[in-house]
Design a protein around this ligand. Structure first.
Ligand SMILES: CC(C)(COP(=O)(O)OP(=O)(O)OC[C@H]1O[C@@H](n2cnc3c(N)ncnc32)[C@H](O)[C@@H]1OP(=O)(O)O)[C@@H](O)C(=O)NCCC(=O)NCCS
Length: 163
């Protein structure tokens, strides 16, 4: 099985990606990505209260070109992700979250994935809902550099053997 084949049957619109663990060499690219103003305004940089091991970061690579197209972070079961704004709307976000569900979360032994999204972040809500996440309630959370409580939506999805 090729590393990308888990997403071969992705629904129309989801782009095939491969996830690999981020290394020190990715640091500059990742820092530039999460400080893009459009990303920084929405990205959940530090999910608080997450149980389990420390935060792990993964780089998403386009299966065709091998170019980096996004980042996924997991802290325990808490998922966050981002795509460079020039690449938004091409299916990379959906492809990344799909690979987390299909490959990464099972490999890490996770039974659930949790995500927290600002209420006005319609793109991210769409990605999660398309991939089977269910609304799990409202919360307030300090977000990014602003350090003011903001309304956010919690989503959950069970990870099972068959996807
Ligand atoms: C959320 C994010 C990862 C989505 O990445 P993406 O590559 O644009 O996602 P996709 O192209 O796979 O899917 C976007 C979906 O949103 C939909 N969409 C696009 N613009 C929209 C809008 N203004 N309102 C509602 N839905 C919208 C698209 O139609 C698509 O849904 P569909 O597949 O049902 O047609 C990206 O916007 C991002 O990096 N945002 C900043 C960080 C962030 O919000 N992270 C999530 C919280 S941690």
């Amino acid at each position: 099985m090729s590393p990308c084949s888990a997403a071969d049957d992705a629904p129309d619109g989801a782009r095939r990606v491969l996830l690999r663990a981020a290394t020190q060499r990715d640091h500059g690219w990742l820092e530039a990505l999460i400080h893009e103003p459009e990303v920084a305004a929405l990205f959940n940089t530090a999910p608080p209260g997450a149980a389990g091991p420390g935060r792990r970061r993964f780089i998403a690579l386009d299966c065709g070109s091998g170019d980096p197209v996004g980042m996924v972070a997991l802290q325990g079961s808490c998922l966050s992700y981002c795509v460079p704004p020039p690449l938004w709307g091409r299916g990379y976000g959906s492809g990344m979250v799909r690979m987390v569900i299909a490959s990464l979360a099972p490999a890490l032994g996770l039974e659930w994935l949790d995500a927290c999204v600002l209420r006005h972040n319609a793109r991210s809500c769409r990605v999660l809902e398309n991939l089977g996440f269910q609304f799990a309630g409202l919360t307030t959370r300090e977000w990014g550099a602003l350090r003011v409580p903001m309304a956010a939506l919690r989503y959950r999805r069970r990870i099972d053997a068959a996807h």
